[in-house]
Structures are given as structure tokens and as C-alpha cells.
Ligand binder design. Structure first.
Ligand SMILES: NC(=O)c1ccc[n+]([C@@H]2O[C@H](COP(=O)([O-])OP(=O)(O)OC[C@H]3O[C@@H](n4cnc5c(N)ncnc54)[C@H](O)[C@@H]3O)[C@@H](O)[C@H]2O)c1
Length: 412
């Protein structure tokens, strides 16, 4: 890890060239619907379904065939329902070399989009090896398999955490990478591996350094669904909806205008669009590239909370706690490179809109949970009334409480 600190960003090296001539696919590429779909793409960790909605709408809707895209997820924090039925889904681990090999033998993958990871910064501090195992070691296995099967393109979910505490804001991709938590280190290591691999193998990659992903599908079909949310906007909207007893914020003594941390909140639909743009770029012969994905505009934690209160019309308790280890004061992206090289054009750059859609999604989740609970309670009643016939069965064992706990949870 010490080796990484202060090291120039490896991803800056423009290495490798896309093998030309034999690819003709539109998998996960926007705006090329008429091109033949011949080569499949594998995606692991589906951004809570948002990646698929964009993919299906923008690329495959008219022509999607089974096998055009394969999704691999171990469901450790994801949900099977996030993936549409017409997309092949495999439950499994991206670090399972045997499974990967079987999959890669079966499909002639044209690209890998590697979302799967452990993402909670605070957990990476308390369980660094778990984070390195999932983020770095598993990526190594995946890359090894990609090389063995000559997959030519790889898109990585990287992170602003590789910068640590950037000296300049907005931070450009040429800034020194100096992560201050194991999560950032684990992702920077993957960037380094990609650059090294691409310099000796026919693989091109795009490492997309996301800033803070937020919001939900504008049509309300997908959004963050995990019960143990760690993201500020998700937690604030849960507080606004009364699903938790207020919320904690960590540190109000940072060197920022109001003392709370500043982050660049990027709508998930724009983030997914960046992947589509990145694949189009790589398929068009673009060289390996590292790009920030953010809006070049930061909001403080207090500003976000004010926005949630204003948009929801609800007040809630905000408790100021001590700083958490591993949190930089400010992370705001320069997005010039993504715009210029990938042709990325964000369309949802509005904090109020992001909050409104996050709220709508959270309300929907609550209604679905309530409906699920109602169905489970009905099932319990039916089962209870037939207990005499099945005395050993305890139907209440399957009753899960609504798990939107009010306990203090750290967020990114
Ligand atoms: N959410 C953000 O603000 C943010 C910011 C920067 C970078 N990122 C990166 O974006 C990616 C997606 O993040 P997210 O917010 O959707 O997280 P998430 O936890 O919601 O999704 C991760 C997905 O990966 C799956 N997964 C985890 N480990 C796996 C494994 N070993 N094999 C197969 N599947 C596995 C999970 O089940 C889940 O579906 C991650 O790589 C993360 O580091 C996210």
C-alpha cells in the first residue's frame, strides 16, 4: 500500500490499442441501435438496476437477444429484481475463477463492465483485508480471465477516493493519487493493474472515477434499495420520510465554507451514460483512459440536508458527531476530460431533481415493503389457521421486520 501513496496515476498512461476489424456490436453503446448485435458483454454489480434500464432503453430495446449481455452478481448487496428478465443473470462471485472461465468459454465477450465491489469507506477502515480481497484480489482474477479469453475492453468503476485529499478543486485526473482509506487504495491498485496489463496485452480500458452517485431512475423504476444505506442523500430522505430517527453527520470542523464535507453528487443516470460513452469510445478505437465522472460542482452535507428538507417539506433531527476516519474534506470533479474524450454530456445536473427522484424512489420502496409485509402477515394468518394440520411449521419464522433501522449508520 505504501507503494501507492504519492505515485503518479498509472491510469494516465495511454496504453494499448483496441484490436480493430472483428468487432461489430452495440452492446451497451448508446445511439447505435442499427448496428448488428453479435458480441455479448458481461456486467458485474448492476448499479441497482440503473445500468440495465439505460442499457435496454438506449441500446438494446429493439434487438435484445438472450446472451447479448450477461450479469454476474453475488447478491451480497444487490437484488435479483434489479435485472430485467430478458438479461441473462448469473448468481456468482467475480472472484470465482472456475465460474468465470465457464462463462467466458460459453460467451465470446466483447467487453466487461466491472461494477462489483465493497464500497463502504468506513468498513474498509475496519476490515481492510475484506475490502482488498473483494475489490483488488477479485479484480485480479477477473482481469486474468479477461486476458485468457482475449476480452478486448474493460470498464472499471473507480472512485474519487483514489485522490485522497486533493490539493486543487475541482480535481483533474492528472492530480496526484494519494488515497487516505483502504477503499481508495483498493481501487487505485486495480487502476494500476489495468494499466500494467494493458501495456502487454490486447486490452483497452476506461477507468471511471465516480464521485458521489445519487438519485434514482427518473421514471421511478430503479434506485438504491439496500436496507443498510450509507449514502448521505438516501439517509436524509429516509429521515425526511420518518423511516429513521433523524440522522448523524460526521464532522462540522472541516476547512470548508460551512465546516461539513463537500461532495460532487452525480445522478446515477448520468453515471450510467458515462459507461455507455466509454464503451462507444473504446469500440471506436480510443486508447485506454482514466476519467472523472462528476459535475464539477460540490455541495456540503448541510446544503444537501437543507435541500432534502426543502424538497420534502419535512424537518428532522440532525446530530453532529465527530469526524470519521477516512473522510476527505472536499471532493469535486473536473469533468473536462470525460466531456472532451468520451463525449459525456450530463443531463441531470440538479441537486433538487436528484433529491426529488431519490425521495420518490424511497416512498415507492416503503410502499412495496409495506405491501410485502401485508402479504407475509396474510400468509402467517393462513398458515397459523392450518397449524393443526402442520404442527411443526412456525410461519412467523419467515417474518422479516421492515428493515429501515434508525441506528446511526455511516455514509459516503
Ligand atoms: N455509489 C457511489 O457513490 C460510488 C462512488 C464511487 C465509486 N463507486 C463504485 O461503483 C460500483 C458500484 O457501486 P454501488 O454504489 O452500486 O454499490 P452496491 O453495493 O449497491 O453494488 C455493488 C454490487 O456488486 C455486487 N458485488 C459485490 N461484490 C461482488 C462480488 N465479489 N462478485 C459479484 N458481485 C459482487 C453486489 O451484490 C452489488 O450488486 C462499485 O465498484 C463502487 O466502488 C460507487
Amino acid at each position: 500500500m505504501a507503494r501507492l501513496r504519492g505515485r503518479a496515476p498509472h491510469g494516465e498512461r495511454l496504453v494499448g490499442k483496441v484490436p480493430q476489424g472483428h468487432w461489430k456490436t452495440t452492446t451497451f453503446v448508446a445511439g447505435l441501435r442499427s448496428t448488428a448485435l453479435t458480441a455479448p458483454c458481461v456486467i458485474d454489480g448492476p448499479m441497482n438496476g440503473n445500468a440495465f434500464l439505460a442499457y435496454v432503453e438506449q441500446v438494446l430495446a429493439p434487438t435484445l437477444k438472450p446472451g447479448d449481455v450477461v450479469v454476474l452478481d453475488n447478491l451480497s448487496s444487490g437484488f435479483r429484481r434489479a435485472v430485467p428478465d430478458n438479461v441473462e443473470f448469473v448468481t456468482g462471485d467475480c472472484g470465482d475463477a472456475t465460474l468465470l472461465s465457464t462463462l467466458f468459454d460459453r460467451h465470446n465477450f466483447d467487453a466487461i463492465i466491472h461494477f462489483a465491489a465493497s464500497i463502504v469507506v468506513a468498513e474498509s477502515v475496519t476490515d481492510p483485508l475484506g475490502t482488498y480481497r473483494n475489490n483488488t484480489e477479485n479484480a485480479c482474477t477477473l482481469l486474468e480471465c479477461a486476458i485468457q479469453h482475449r476480452v478486448p475492453r474493460f470498464v472499471l468503476s473507480s472512485t474519487a477516493a483514489v485522490y485522497g485529499e486533493p490539493a486543487i478543486s475541482p480535481v483533474t485526473e492528472t492530480a496526484q493519487t494519494s488515497p487516505i482509506n483502504p477503499y481508495g487504495c483498493s481501487k487505485l491498485m486495480v487502476e494500476c493493474m489495468l494499466a500494467d496489463v494493458a501495456s502487454v496485452h490486447p486490452l483497452c480500458y476506461a477507468a471511471l472515477r465516480y464521485f458521489n452517485v445519487a438519485g434514482a431512475d427518473p421514471a421511478g423504476r430503479a434506485g438504491q434499495s439496500g436496507a443498510h444505506a450509507t449514502h448521505l442523500i438516501k439517509i436524509a430522505v429516509q429521515a425526511a420520510l420518518g423511516r429513521r430517527d433523524g440522522m448523524d453527520i460526521f464532522g462540522s470542523d472541516y476547512s470548508t465554507p460551512d465546516g461539513s464535507c463537500v461532495r460532487d453528487y452525480t445522478h446515477v443516470s448520468d453515471l450510467v451514460a458515462a459507461h455507455i460513452d466509454a464503451l462507444r469510445y473504446l469500440r471506436g478505437g480510443g486508447q485506454s483512459i482514466t476519467c472523472n465522472v462528476g459535475y464539477a460542482r460540490g455541495y456540503s452535507v448541510f446544503e444537501v440536508i437543507d435541500t432534502v428538507k426543502r424538497v420534502s417539506g419535512a424537518d428532522f433531527n440532525v446530530r453532529v458527531k465527530a469526524r470519521r476516519p477516512g473522510d476527505p474534506a472536499s471532493l469535486v470533479a473536473s469533468n473536462d476530460r470525460a466531456r472532451a474524450e468520451l463525449g459525456w454530456t450530463p443531463k441531470h445536473d440538479n441537486l433538487e431533481t436528484i433529491v426529488r427522484q431519490a425521495l420518490a424512489w424511497e416512498r415507492k420502496l416503503g410502499l412495496e415493503s409495506a405491501a410485502d409485509r401485508g402479504a407475509r402477515e396474510a400468509a402467517v394468518q393462513i398458515a397459523t389457521s392450518s397449524r393443526a394440520a402442520y404442527p411443526s411449521h412456525d410461519p412467523s419464522a419467515s417474518l422479516a421486520p421492515l428493515d429501515l433501522a434508525s441506528k446511526a449508520i455511516a455514509y459516503d
